[in-house]
Design a binder for this molecule. Structure first.
Ligand SMILES: Nc1ncnc2c1ncn2[C@@H]1O[C@H](COP(=O)(O)OP(=O)(O)OP(=O)(O)O)[C@@H](O)[C@H]1O
Length: 321
């Protein structure tokens, strides 16, 4: 299996885009640094410049002024084709080639790079396994023979094929139903633990941003950066009223998704502790919801092996929050 490959820091340095025929910048002097190996979610309302900011990085959109540096090198000074070889790009509908099999789709970039056949075959096999699509079952299907979630996973495998240091993801899970979406998000996070790519991820969904982001950049119209922080800080200390409104009045509840029962000093369990349906890996929000739904005073908690480790109450969660 693939382990962490190279990852590069991305620096936006007063990056500005003014489209022809417009008199307002779509992205106005955006400056931020995404540390190597982290996921930065660009979050904001429709039209605030998220996609523009993203596509400035692979030069699908050209900068009007300012700069973007990847691993210290300006993108302006690089050959566009070379630049894009180092960047995986995933879009909403996966953008797979319908007339190519899954394996051929994953192999497109290695083929362009002139890899030898056995190396391409090995890489495709490895990547399909990595995204949870066993080669034997899926390699020879066509995109139309997969579910939406599976197609998105192939899109991710294809973007990772040449082991690029950077991933750009433009609402990659936007077209999926909420259950599949959560599942694919979790899978991507597991994958990211292994590959550790520097990832820019566009979303307009605060829940997705909180789940996926090591950091979240909240943008307002014109690509103006309102706050750039960890999900925890954004939920607890929104920079202004706009950010507070954007993250929602239930931000206290959302913050509960950032911590798990394993982070708490649990209380001892007693006979009245319920049936131990909660695990240390469950979030505080899941625990609160289980306590409310069951009307229980206290629920017992087990570790992943099913061993009882204590119990949780609403008061304990309130204290932790
Ligand atoms: N090719 C273009 N020519 C002119 N204006 C454009 C072009 N592409 C985008 N824009 C404008 O730039 C602004 C930012 O668009 P962009 O697509 O980056 O926003 P976004 O935040 O990604 O929006 P959404 O969430 O709706 O996809 C918008 O006002 C849009 O109309």
């Amino acid at each position: 299996m693939q382990t962490a490959g190279a990852a590069d820091e991305i620096v936006f340095d007063a990056a500005t885009k003014m489209y022809d025929g417009t008199d307002e910048a779509a992205v106005d002097a955006l400056s931020l640094t995404v540390p190597a190996g982290e996921i930065c979610v660009l979050l904001g309302a429709s039209g605030c410049g998220k996609t523009t900011a993203l596509t400035l990085v692979n030069r699908l959109t050209e900068l009007t002024s300012g700069d973007i540096r990847i691993g210290g090198s300006s993108i302006r000074e690089q050959d566009v084709i070379e630049l894009r070889r180092g960047i995986g790009y995933v879009i909403q509908q996966a953008g797979l080639f319908p007339h190519l099999t899954i394996e051929e789709n994953v192999a497109t970039v290695p083929q362009v790079l002139g890899w030898k056949k056995p190396r391409i075959a090995e890489r495709s096999r490895e990547l399909l396994e990595l995204v949870g699509l066993p080669h034997k079952e899926y390699a020879h299907r066509y995109p139309s023979q997969l579910s939406g979630g599976q197609r998105q996973r192939v899109g991710i495998a294809r973007a990772l094929a040449a082991d690029p240091p950077i991933m750009l993801m433009d609402e990659p899970f936007g077209a999926l139903d909420p259950v599949t979406r959560e599942h694919v998000q979790d899978e991507f996070l597991r994958l990211q633990e292994q590959v550790q790519k520097t990832t820019l991820f566009v979303s307009h969904d605060i829940d997705e941003a909180v789940r996926m982001g090591d950091r979240i950049a909240i943008l307002a119209k014109g690509g103006k950066l309102l706050q750039y922080d960890t999900p925890e800080r954004i939920l607890r200390e929104p920079a202004d009223d706009y950010v507070a409104r954007f993250v929602g009045t239930d931000r206290g509840l959302k913050a509960l998704t950032l911590r798990t029962l394993g982070d708490l000093k649990l209380e001892p369990a007693d006979e009245a502790s319920g049936d131990g349906a909660l695990h240390t890996s469950d979030t505080l929000r899941t625990a609160l919801s289980a306590l409310m739904a069951g009307g229980a005073e206290r629920l017992s908690v087990t570790d992943e092996a099913g061993k009882p480790v204590g119990s949780v109450t609403v008061a304990l969660i309130r204290e932790a929050a």
